[in-house]
Design a protein around this ligand. Sequence first.
Ligand code: FAD
Length: 284
Amino acid sequence: MIPAAFDYVRASSLTQAIELLRDNPDGAKLVAGGHTLLPALKLRLAAPELLIDIRSVAEIKGIEIGETHVKIGALTTHSELSASEPLNNVFPIFRETARLLADPQVRNRGTIGGSLANADPAADWPAVVLALGAQLEIVGATGRRTVPAEDFFLDIFTTTLAPDEILASIQIPKPKTGTRYAYRKIRHPASGFAVVGVAIAVRMLDGVVDEASIGITGATNHAFVGKEAAEFLTGKALTRDNIDEAARMLSENTECLSDRYAPAEYRANLVRVELGRALLELSQ
Ligand SMILES: Cc1cc2nc3c(=O)[nH]c(=O)nc-3n(C[C@H](O)[C@H](O)[C@H](O)COP(=O)(O)OP(=O)(O)OC[C@H]3O[C@@H](n4cnc5c(N)ncnc54)[C@H](O)[C@@H]3O)c2cc1C
């Protein structure tokens, strides 16, 4: 449980962190909250030559509520997401999700940027940023780019981030009036991660779904958008039959992961049940 030797630099700006990464793209690793990376170092699953600590990089901290968008700095901790009244007045799903994530120690140190960049298939925030239609701002040696959350997660622990890039912020369009949210998850009894997690944003107009968006985590190699089920619901009332059909559709179209705790059939059933429960919550 002792990491291999590494050098350590505490970066004071985004530019400095990027330069350090650019000079050593294969041997350097960023550390934010450290709650995923440090266990990996201790188990020697990772052995970087250089750790670049980005916790002091002010440019990627904080929550801004703008006219059209909400911007969340990558270094914002799970606890800060839960505690922010301005954020939760717009998107109460952040508090709802954070309270289901890990324990207070992890929530106080772990960051949303670290969670998204790490792309654990069972992490909670990926489902939420997908349901909210977020754009992820990425900065690297060659400049700045913005990627829709939907295109960010590629595979298990794999994203579109290049080795010399840093996830800087999460930018979310402000919702139309009347949009409501739900996040539900079945916690793994040992780790607390999502065996299956479902995030939903739904806007009702004149008794029918005007817009719906669904993000799923835990079920497959990476979090994904439940497009077909959302499209099915659009223009329909949230009746028991419509909810059941959307949940069945999502479950049947998802090729679920299998492991010793949860075989694929069980996960597929959880996708159906959890989406059904979340939609039922929102129908009341
Ligand atoms: C006991 C325990 C229980 C947990 N339970 C849950 C849970 O229920 N649900 C859940 O979702 N998560 C859970 N986690 C994970 C936790 O949320 C971590 O905090 C999170 O996954 C990683 O965030 P971090 O800031 O600690 O990242 P770090 O550990 O510092 O970094 C993780 C990875 O991301 C990279 N990275 C970090 N920041 C950036 C950035 N801005 N740009 C590019 N790359 C970056 C690092 O180089 C590293 O590869 C748990 C962790 C522990 C230890």
